[in-house]
Write a protein that binds this ligand. Structure first.
Ligand SMILES: [Mg+2]
Length: 293
């Protein structure tokens, strides 16, 4: 279980750090500049240090810290950690989350609703999917896991498409934590949903790998269904461009759960600047999981 949980957290961070180099680039631009990117080298639009993570991992850590602060009712604690992160003045807050932060005055649901109005209803971004994995790591009871997953998404994204993606994602995570194989776990959770067609032929999604949560989820599922190793999953995400760091973080989280921390190449896990913090968080989430609450 520890190997899986650490694999999940490092999977998010590695996908983020590798994909951060190519965020917003097209596939053709990436080919021209990097060939096939497979090393964590930093740079890119955020001028990252090699091994530096972005908002995807930072918000995942905030969710984890909120859970650890108050496992019985983590939402407000998660919000405190979101605001703490915001106070560090990160360069890469996504548009929807930035809008919600600007509108927040003590009620996340009110801020999310107002942001929905201000953004013309366009709040189905991938910003809640990218951070929701710690919930599946900490809560083994399905009803609690689902309730917290739903509520954490609604804190910033009022669109049900975002909630739906988080629920499907964490249900797959739950299966992987129980030792299910990857493809059957995905198949069980996307059958009967809008993502079902991805099971048909393994072909790449017709959508762009952008920040719309449905597109992101399509690419995540595609990479997970067709890659044969953790490294292949995160490299594909990074080399696909677009919202590559977030797609890498989301796909990397499930890939890391499945292949385990042992299944992540040391050249990736050792490169993550926050690796000590992720280790400690993983152990603390495991303790919450084993204790129940
Ligand atoms: Mg990012």
């Amino acid at each position: 279980m520890r190997n899986r949980i650490l694999g999940g957290l490092f999977g998010v961070a590695v996908g983020d750090a590798l994909g951060g180099t190519t965020e917003f680039m097209s596939e053709a631009e990436i080919r021209l500049e990097y060939g096939w990117l497979e090393e964590i080298i930093g740079g890119g639009v955020w001028e990252l240090e090699a091994g530096e993570i972005t908002d995807d991992t930072a918000m995942t850590i905030a969710v984890a810290r909120g859970i650890l602060q108050n496992p019985g009712d983590p939402i407000e604690a998660i919000g405190e950690h979101f605001l703490r992160w915001r106070a560090t003045n990160p360069k890469d807050i996504g548009n929807i989350i930035r809008t919600v932060f600007d509108l927040y005055d003590g009620s996340w649901s009110k801020a999310a609703r107002l942001a929905g109005v201000l953004l013309g209803g366009k709040t189905a971004g991938n910003g809640t999917l990218m951070r929701c994995l710690p919930i599946a790591l900490a809560y083994k009871e399905a009803a609690i896991m689902e309730e917290v997953t739903k509520r954490q998404s609604e804190m910033t994204h009022e669109d049900p498409l975002a909630t739906e993606a988080c629920l499907i994602y964490n249900r797959i995570a739950k299966r992987l934590l129980q030792g299910d194989q990857l493809t059957p776990a995905i198949r069980a959770e996307i059958s009967g949903t809008r993502y079902e067609e991805l099971l048909l032929n393994g072909g790449a999604p017709a959508s762009l790998p952008d920040g719309f949560v449905v597109h992101t989820m399509q690419w995540v599922i595609h990479h997970l269904l067709t890659a044969e190793s953790f490294a292949e999953v995160v490299q594909r995400a990074a080399n696909g461009g677009g919202d590559s760091d977030t797609i890498g973080a989301i796909a990397g989280g499930l890939a890391g759960l499945y292949w385990g921390y042992d299944g992540i190449l040391p050249k990736y896990s050792d490169k993550i600047l926050l690796r000590q913090e992720l280790m400690e968080l993983g152990d603390a989430l495991l303790a919450v999981r084993e204790r129940g609450h």
